[in-house]
Design a protein around this ligand. Structure first.
Ligand SMILES: [Ca+2]
Length: 353
């Protein structure tokens, strides 16, 4: 019997199924992605950026822009070197002005490494001083995006995004920053705070403590969904340093293990704070994490986060069970260490510095 004919009876049933409701909740791929980072303070930002490139190579996301909240000129150069290594040296990079954490950090210098007088990791943007200011780049990037599409991962301080919310309409868009976010951003996946005691104590989480007023403004005013990866998540799934020694040797020089070793060398297993925010941002529906009930996060004047459940709230935070820890660790290792899809493309003038 012809199978096509046999199953024709099922077509009316299929037409009645509420397929559209299910599909509408799923993000369309590739997800337009913005990475807001304090690159240089801890090496998890570098691993997270490598992950984004691998996810883009897999067609899962498209990195629209990287914006920096660490106020040192070396951050932008390192990010451009990594982007160039992955064949995407033209991704726009914006830098904070008058921001916090004004030291170079331990590993941004990897971008300047020379061999026989040449840069090992070529890049055009040599200093953040020549990068556009971050809030303007965020406004421009959001204005050009489809409504309700963008995922933002904030894995450093809230300086840029708080300033974005406070920005007025301008030549880029008549919308205020808050209106732009409401129109364009689907979810903010943020590494900040702590939602359980750390070693039995209330934890003052670094990303918040460095710029408390900005984080207070962000949590009070962000108009779309916010999902927090608290401090406890990243320490529950440490990056196995054996991977740093063994999984990146497909090229002679690789900026990610170089940065890791410059930060704290193996056998140190580094927490994966920022990586978890990227993983959730791109794969919200793959069961890597459980989510808290809805509610509101508050940030006090000491930088401590508290969570008040409320079904109308737009804040949730990540929770990990034992099986998820195994899955998440495996996913983070495989995504961070995936080889670049293509070798560096010719650079345009846009990121020349
Ligand atoms: Ca970070």
């Amino acid at each position: 019997m012809n199978l096509r004919i046999t199953y024709l009876w099922a077509l009316p049933l299929l037409a009645c199924m509420p397929l559209t409701a299910t599909i509408a909740e799923e993000p369309s791929k590739p997800i337009p992605f913005i990475f807001d980072t304090d690159m240089g303070n801890d090496v998890d930002d570098a691993l997270a950026l490598a992950m984004i490139h691998s996810l883009q190579s897999r067609g899962e996301c498209e990195l629209l822009a990287v914006t920096i909240t660490k106020d040192h000129e070396s951050c932008a150069a390192f990010i451009d070197a990594v982007n160039t290594f992955y064949g995407r040296g033209n991704i726009p990079i914006g830098a904070v002005r008058d921001g916090v954490a004004q030291n170079p950090g331990r590993f941004n210098k990897v971008a300047r490494t020379l061999e026989n007088g040449k840069l090992i990791y070529p890049h055009n943007l040599r200093t953040g001083a020549k990068a556009p200011e971050a809030v303007g780049l965020l406004r421009k990037t959001l204005a050009a995006a489809e409504d309700g599409s963008v995922v933002v991962a904030q894995v450093g301080f809230s300086t840029n995004l708080a300033r974005l919310l406070q920005s007025e309409g301008d030549e880029i868009s008549p919308l205020t920053g808050k209106e732009l976010v409401k129109q364009k951003v689907r979810v903010l996946s943020i590494m900040a705070g702590a939602f359980e005691p750390i070693k039995g104590k209330i934890h003052h989480e670094y990303n918040i403590v460095k710029d408390i007023p900005s984080c207070q403004h962000l949590v009070a005013e962000w108009p779309t969904e916010v999902v927090f990866s608290g401090f406890e998540i990243g320490i529950a799934v440490p990056y196995p340093s054996e991977s740093i020694l063994k999984d990146y040797n497909y090229v002679e020089h690789h900026p990610i293990p170089d940065a890791y070793i410059a930060y704290i060398p193996p056998p140190h297993n580094r927490p994966t704070w920022d990586l978890t925010s990227v993983l959730y941002g791109v794969y919200p529906d793959r069961g890597y994490f459980n989510l808290s009930p809805r509610g509101y996060v508050e940030v006090d004047d000491e930088g401590v986060t508290t969570f008040e459940p409320d079904e109308k709230g737009n804040h949730r935070y990540l929770i990990l069970d034992e099986m998820q820890k195994v899955r998440v660790t495996e996913a983070l290792v495989q995504l961070s260490s995936q080889p670049p899809q293509k070798r560096p493309a010719p650079l345009k003038k846009s990121n020349e510095g």
